[in-house]
Design a protein. Structure first.
Length: 118
């Protein structure tokens, strides 16, 4: 198993940037693909970005492509989400996830809130 803890959320103005971090503990994090999801009030959780075990492959939701970058440091057991050009519609709780591949996730963090003011 792996435990995930997110950090880095906060309040930012539209057009600003934030970097989220997801620290993993337990089983070696390099055994898992990593991902980020988000959930806005009254909406379903949606996929944001994912990264393969090695970090060589990534995929993104169309809504964040070109603005967000997912990366990982397996030595630090951490996955990151760099968010640029933030919009009010990016406001949500952001959740880190780990799984067997970039399309299936079994483990989830508790979430970190991102609020973008317009």
């Amino acid at each position: 198993q792996v435990q995930l803890v997110e950090s880095g959320g906060g309040l930012v103005q539209a057009g600003g940037s934030l970097r989220l971090s997801c620290a993993a503990s337990g089983r070696t994090f390099s055994s898992y693909a990593g991902g980020w999801f988000r959930q806005a009030p009254g909406k379903e959780r949606e996929f944001v970005a994912a990264i393969t075990r090695s970090g060589a492959g990534t995929r993104y939701a169309d809504s964040v492509k070109g603005r967000f970058t997912i990366s990982r440091d397996n030595d630090q057991n951490t996955v990151y989400l760099r968010m640029n050009s933030l919009k009010s519609e990016d406001t949500a709780a952001y959740y880190c996830a780990a799984g067997n591949d970039v399309f299936a996730f079994n483990y989830w963090g508790q979430g970190t809130q991102v609020t973008v003011s317009s």
